[in-house]
Design a protein around this ligand. Sequence first.
Ligand SMILES: [Zn+2]
Ligand SMILES: [Zn+2]
Length: 912
Amino acid sequence: MDKQIFKDRLKIKSFKSLDKKSKIKLAILLVAFILAFIGALFAFGALGIIKTSPKTDLSNLSASFDQTSTIYNEHGDLLENVEAKEYRTIVSLDQIPDSLVKAIVSIEDQRFYKHPGIDLKSIMGSFITNLKAGRIVRGGSTLTQQLVKNVYLTNDRDFDRKIKEAYLALRVESHLNKNEILEAYLNRINLGQGAYGVQAAAWTYFSKDVSELSLAESALLAGIAKSPAEYPPIKRYSQKDLKGNEEILASGDISGENMYFVKNEKAFERQKIVLNKMLQLGVISKKDYEVAIKENTAEHLKPGLKKFHTMSSYSSDYIAKGAIEIISNFYKVSPDEAQHKFFTGGFKIFTSIDERMQEDTESLFKNFYKLLSQGSLNYTLDNSGNIIDKNGDVIYFNRWGFFDQDFNLKLAGKNFEKTPSGDLLLTSGIFTKGSDNLDLVDIWEEIDDRLNTYSVGSLRVPKDQVEIGLNYINIKSSFLKDKKDFYKEENGSITISKKYFQIDEKPSPQPQGAGLIIENETGLVRAIVGGLDVKSSSKMILNRALSQRSPGSSLKPLSVMAPLLKKDTLASIQDDIPIIVDGEILYKNPYPGYKGLLTLRRALEYNSNTAFVKFFEKLGMNESLNFLKELGYDYVDHQKDNYKNDETADSLALGNMVKGLSLEELTRGYLAIARDGAYIEPSCILKIEDSSGSVIYEHKKKEREILDKKIAFLLKSALSTNASRGFSKGVKLRNYATAGCLGVNKFNSTIFYEGFTPYYTLGIYVGADSPKIGLTNYEEGSIDLFREMSKIAHRNLPAVKEFQVPQGIIQKYICEKSGMLGTTICEEVEDGILEYFIAGTEPTQYCKGHIKLEICKDSDRLFGLDCPKKSKEEKIFFRREPEYIPSKYKGILPDDYQYVPELYCNVHGGDK
Ligand SMILES: [Zn+2]
Ligand SMILES: [Zn+2]
C-alpha cells in the first residue's frame, strides 16, 4: 500500500471511529512494526550503526556530564582548565524529594522501574499517536533513553540516532541500577532557562534548595521536562520582546542588557496535568492532590538572577563563545545547553590564539594609559557629584553619595520614609527612572585621578513584596519582617545590605579598550583583548571586542567605497561644500570648513563627511546595505524598527549606527579587503574533541568572494595613502605596507582603528563603557596603540613593503579637481597625480576645468587691449561646473574656491 495514502486516510479517520476490521489490521501493523524495530536493532548493529555509537564508559556515567573541558594551543600545550564550579549543582538521590522523583517518573516514564531501558508499550503508544496525527508528535523515550541522548548523542531526529539511543539505553540498564540511572538523569535533565539538573532548576525558579520543594513545586518542575523551551514557569525577555500584557516577576541586568522575568501560564496548565497523572497512577493520595492543586505556586516563584559563567580572560572568553557555537551546531542543541555541555562535558579545545602575541598584547593594554596620556574624558557632574548627561539624567551616581566603604547602599533621610503600616518607601532616583523594575544605576569614583565605574544590578526583592510607583519604591512590611537584615537605621539614614542587590566590587577604569589580531591567510584569530583588566576576578567580564558601538568613519570604506568601486573609480569627484536642507546645514566635517572638489581617495584621506554623504547618495542605499549583508553585519532594519533605523546616510555613510558593530565584526570587513576580496569568518578554534576523543569539529578554511580582486586592490591602495598621509596617518611600520582607517563617531565617544598589512588584519577600540561619556584628544594615542599592536604582530617577519598589484590594474596621470586625465596646466598647480584604475575604467578625456587666463594685476580682471604689458599676469583657474554661487551656501566658501574673472579690465578702459 502506498504509504502516503495510508497516512492520509488515517488522518481523516480517528482511531476510535475505525471499524473492528481496521483495528485488527492496525494492530497487526503495529506488531509488525515492533518486530521490525527490534530486528532493525540487530540488523543495523551488523551494518555498523551501533559500532559508530560513541565510545562510552558506562560505569562512569554519572561523572560523564561533570568533566572539566580543557583548552590547548596549536601545538597541544595546555592553556587552561575551564573552571566550572558554578555548574556543579550535583545532588545525590537522597537529597531529592520523593515528590519530585515521583512527579518526573509519572509524567515522563511511568513504567521506568519495569522496562529494560526501552519501553515497548510506550513505543506502541507513540506509534499510534503519531499515525493518528500523521506526523511525529510523541517520542516514547524512556528516562534511560533521554539520559543517553543528553550525554552521548546529537539532537538529530533521524532513525540512526533512535537506534543508537535504544542500543545505549539497553547497555546502560545492564550496567547501572534504576536508582543510579535516576540520579544521573535528575542531575542532567534540561529544565529550561539554562537550568540543568533539578538542583539548578530549584534555584533558578524558586531560589531554594531542591530538598525544600513542595509537591506542587515538584510537579511544576517535572512538567518542564517535556519541552524546556515551552514549559518553564518563567521566561526571560529583553525589553523589546515584551508585548506589554505579561506578568513581570523581576528584572535584572544580564550582560549589559536589561532582562525581564515573565510568568509563563503554560507551565501551570502542565503542572495540573502532572498532578492528575500522579493521582491517576496512585503515587499520591487524593488529599495530597487537593493540597497541591490549591497551592499558589506562582507566588513562590522567585527567579534568582542566573549566574553567568565567564572565563578567566578575554581570550578564553572568546574561545568559549566560539566553542559553544560549534557545540550547539554539532549536537543541534540550544546555546544554553551547549554552554552547559562546554562547561561540564570534558571537551578538548584546540585554539589558534598565539600565546606570545596574546601576552604581549595584554601587556600593551595594561600600559594603555601611558600611550593615551593626552586624552581626557568629557562628562558633567551635578551638585552631588553624580555624572549626568546633557538632559540632566544620571549616568553614574557618586559612589560615596550612596554607598558605604563595603558597598552597602546608604540612603539619607530625604531618600526614604517609613509608613505607619511598617512599609519602607524609597524615593531615591538611584533606581532606573521610569522603568518597571528595581534596577540600580551604576556608580563611579575617582581612583588615581581616573574615572572608575562599578556596575550595580537589580534589587533582590520579590515582585509581590514591592510596589513600584512613579517616584518611589514601596517595600512591604511583610518582606521586612521576614528579612531582618535587609536594612538597618542609624542617625537618620538607612543602610541596605549588599546581600539584596548585585554589585561588581571590582572597579573598571575608564576609558577602556579592546584589540584584535587576525592572520590574513587563514582568518585565524591570534590575539584578542577585550578590556584593560585582562585577568578578571569578577563574576562577569565585559568583552569589549565583542560589544557593539557605532563605528564612525571606519565604516566608510566598507559601506561606501567597496560597493561604489564596483562601478566607479578612485578618481570619482564630489564637491565638499555645505549640504543645506530646509535652510539648515547638515553633516559637519571633522575639520573646520569645506575642502571643495575631492576625489574618492582624497575624500577618505581628509575624512570628508559631506563628500561621503554625496558618494553614498550616488551609490544608493540598497547597494550599500547589500554589501554590508555580505559581511554579515547587524544593522537596524527599517521593517523591524521604523523609528530608529540604520537606513540613513548618517548611519551608513558616516558610521553613526544605532546599535553599531563590534570590533570583531568591523575587523572581519577589513580582513576581506586584506584577503583580496575573499571573505572568511574569523575563528580561534582549530579543533574540538569530545570526552571520548572523537573529533567533533576541525577548522576548514571556507572563503567566499565578495569583491573582485582588483577592487580590493583599489581599496588597499586608498587605505594605504590614508594610513601614510591622511587623517589616519601614523600607524605604518617601516618594513610593512600598511592600510588603515580611523573612525570616531559623532558623539566623540567611540574610536576604532582598523587596518591591515600583507600579514595581519588588526583592529582596536577605545571608549568609555557609557557611550554618553565623550573622549577628548584620544585619536593620537589610539593610532599609537594600533601601531604598537602591529609591532607585536610583525615581530621577526620578513619585510613586505608593497601590496601586490594584480593583473588588470593600470596607472594614469589624472587631475584631482576634474577627475579627468591631467594636463600640464593641472600639473602646474599641483593638482595632478598618478592614480590606479581597473583597466578600461580610466578617464579618456583631458581636464577642461583648469584654464590659464591672462589677468591685469591692477583690476584682477581679464587682461584687456588697453592694459599695459607690465600689468599682465598668467593665472590658472579651475572653472566649476556648475558654477559655485556662495550666496546659495550661506556665503560659505570651500577652500579651493576661486572667482574666475569673466569681464575685462575696468581700470584701463574696456568693460566698465
Ligand atoms: Zn585639471
Ligand atoms: Zn588693466
